[in-house]
Design a protein around this ligand. Structure first.
Ligand code: WTA
Length: 649
């Protein structure tokens, strides 16, 4: 198993002022909740599901595991997620800002709960009556980070349509694959948005995707954001601003079953094409709300800001559904953290008096590197809780976040979770858990995590192994869209219907969990999951290439960088040009996030006699590490030395 080299000894205790405002105030309280869930698992969830959710019709049973691993939660309970996020707040906080939007150019919009409710209802009516969208239909959302993205998601949920948000950084090809896999009827998009001080375009990419397939798409709704010129196909494409204002202000919420699909979100796995992770309504919204309350201690006065993109699960759970279910003010920012300079986020935090802030280690590392003292120029005294997600945070970045950004007052919540888990799984509680930099600490109450060795036995203290979740939980993945076999095989075939996360981890002597990275062939680039297979198939489309293998190389900023070993068909005379062309192919197939940073051109790849590429060897070579593995069994052991001495372009 993996050797763990990281040993961090420091411990930081929560500030008593943070504890005073917290929902869970001590480790004793935490342990009590854990013990309750252990002793009376269903009773525990029953209590919270009843307390937190406005059920239109109560459920009859908490958990049905008769078809495990297809677990079902809150059987026959009826609800609508938008009633949980909007309707129930109207009386108490109708005039409160729900979404506080800032565009990259600096334009600000504050949308109250009442206004958001009205707009969601109008869009819902439009989808239903103009475009004939029905319960269960799929709608792909391909948008910049503007309020209409959240509105589109909620409008789908209002009428029981299933949204599949595709990250705006994905290419036309990637968009097309996802539209086709989901069998979507409609795309909601925008002309484009602003990034790095310039307009960028989305609608032309939609046009391109639809020109090459996507036969199920009947209509495209387009929000005007950057006012750049675009083509509109007659009878297919419609402008949002021309239609939405004329729609009725009220659209009755569709009565949904707790187990109906809330949404599909595509994510990368180690094999094959991206998988459509399916979430269910009741369990998802319950855990989204509960984790907002436990991990962010969200309260009425908070200005809460999660910097993720709504194209990822973090944006779904912690920009849209979780905060709105809690009646919070959620900040949405359109652009990059470095425009016009590396102080943008701190300047925004000061201006809006942000209290809870949630971002990714890669962003923390970039801002620390570019402008380590920049946070000191702003009044960041409103910060109380600072979160991270997406990859392990290295202690250096943690300490900077804690001291320079948080002024040593704030709790850092290093939240471990996945697209498949729907919400936080392992995280400190800001008022209770002593923090160890680099550890996501302990499972939240109700969540049971263990580390197992390859043979299925439990790992010893500090021994690295597979991180598993041993009991089901309400916001867990329900299925992979149209591929139940892959669902079972990927997540539940390791051991007794328990959930295999795909991460390696160890648990220390205090029960703290340390994530060591992915156990499978998934590369985590700046907190974004990319399958090696996906990148390899994209690169292989380039006609000059005979064979390719891709691995992750540790990177100071991105966490992992993409390293490609390429066997060309013919001799490459201009390596720089070759690299550029390879990157262009990947950008076209997937998007710029998947571009290889390093390329080694080689005459062969290390293979076993049965023809399997030895990725572990390539990983070691990319990292510049010694190779400890026995290479004598390789078909072509001599290639290893050659690869070790070649310089990447
Ligand atoms: C990694 C993002 C260490 C992990 C919510 C996981 C983390 C994958 C952490 C899921 C963390 C996420 N510490 N690693 N706090 N959070 N990861 O599906 O490898 O985009 O399996 O979901 O990110 O990525 P995904």
């Amino acid at each position: 198993m993996i050797e763990s080299v990281l040993r961090e000894e420091r411990i930081f205790y929560p500030n008593p002022e943070i504890t005073a405002k917290s929902n869970i105030k001590s480790m004793e309280e935490y342990e009590k909740l854990v013990a309750w869930a252990e002793k009376d698992f269903e009773g525990f969830w029953d209590y919270f599901a009843k307390e937190k959710i406005n059920w239109l019709k109560p459920y009859e049973k908490v958990l049905d595991d008769s078809e495990a691993p297809h677990y079902k939660w809150f059987i026959n309970g009826k609800l609508n997620i938008t009633e949980q996020c909007l309707d129930r707040h109207l009386e108490k906080r109708g005039e409160k800002t729900a979404i506080l939007f800032e565009g990259e150019p600096g334009d600000i919009r504050k949308i109250t709960y009442k206004e958001l409710y009205g707009e969601v209802n109008r869009v819902a009516n439009l989808l239903k009556h103009k475009f004939g969208i029905k319960k269960g239909d799929r709608i792909v959302i391909y948008m910049p980070m503007i309020p209409e993205a959240a509105i589109a998601m909620l409008a789908c949920a209002r009428i029981g349509a299933i949204h599949s948000v595709v990250f705006g950084g994905f290419s036309a090809e990637a968009l097309k694959d996802r539209i086709e896999d989901a069998g979507a009827k409609m795309v909601i998009t925008a002309d484009g948005g602003y990034r790095r001080g310039k307009p960028y375009m989305l609608k032309p990419l939609v046009d391109k995707a639809l020109a090459n397939g996507c036969k199920t798409i009947e209509s495209v709704l387009v929000v005007k954001r950057n006012n750049e010129s675009i083509n509109m196909a007659k009878g297919r494409d419609y402008f949002y601003h021309e239609l939405v204002p004329n729609m009725p202000d009220i659209c009755e919420a569709e009565i949904m079953d707790s187990e109906d699909i809330a949404f599909i979100l595509y994510t990368s796995g180690s094999t094959g094409k991206p998988k459509g992770v399916q979430h269910a309504i009741g369990g998802f919204i319950l855990w989204a709300q509960m984790t907002m309350e436990w991990v962010f201690d969200i309260n009425e006065e908070d200005i809460y800001w999660c910097t993720a993109d709504i194209g990822w699960i973090t944006g779904h759970t912690y920009i849209v559904y979780g905060p709105l279910a809690c009646g919070a003010t959620t900040v949405m920012y359109e652009g990059v953290p470095t425009y016009p300079d590396a102080g943008r986020w701190w300047q925004m935090a000061e201006k809006h008096r942000v209290t809870k802030f949630y971002t990714a280690p890669t962003a923390i590392r970039i801002l620390k590197k570019l402008a380590p003292d920049e946070p000191k120029k702003y009044d960041l005294s409103s910060f109380e809780i600072l979160g991270t997600v997406g990859e392990p945070i290295n202690p250096d970045a943690w300490i900077w976040y804690y001291e320079t950004v948080g002024g040593g007052r704030c709790s850092i919540v290093d939240t471990w979770w996945q697209t498949e888990t729907g919400g936080h799984m392992i995280s400190p509680l800001p008022g209770a858990t002593p923090m160890k930099p680099g550890s996501a600490t302990k499972p939240l109450p109700g969540i049971f995590a263990e580390v197992f060795l390859e043979d299925g036995t439990k790992a010893k203290v500090n021994e690295g192994g597979f991180l598993c979740i041993t009991k089901p939980w309400p916001s867990m993945i329900r299925n992979i869209w149209r591929d139940p076999e892959r669902y079972k095989k990927t997540y539940f075939s390791f051991k007794d219907n328990i959930y295999l996360t795909g991460d390696d981890a160890r648990i220390d002597e205090d029960g703290y969990i340390w994530i060591m990275g992915r156990a499978d062939d998934v590369i985590n680039v700046s907190g974004h999951r990319l399958g090696t297979m996906e990148i390899e198939s994209a690169i292989a489309k380039y006609e000059k290439i005979a064979e390719v293998a891709v691995v992750g190389k540790p990177d100071e900023i991105k966490g992992e960088a993409i390293f490609a070993f390429i066997v060309p068909k013919e001799k490459i005379t201009d390596p720089e040009k070759f690299k550029k062309e390879t990157q262009e192919v990947v950008t076209k197939e997937i998007g710029p996030i998947a571009k290889p940073d390093y390329i080694v051109i080689t005459e062969g790849l290390p293979k076993t006699r049965s023809g399997k590429i030895m990725r572990r060897i390539l990983k070691a070579i990319a990292a510049g590490k010694e190779i400890t593995q026995d290479i004598s069994t390789l078909e072509n052991p001599e290639i290893v030395k050659k690869l070790q001495s070649s310089k990447p372009i």
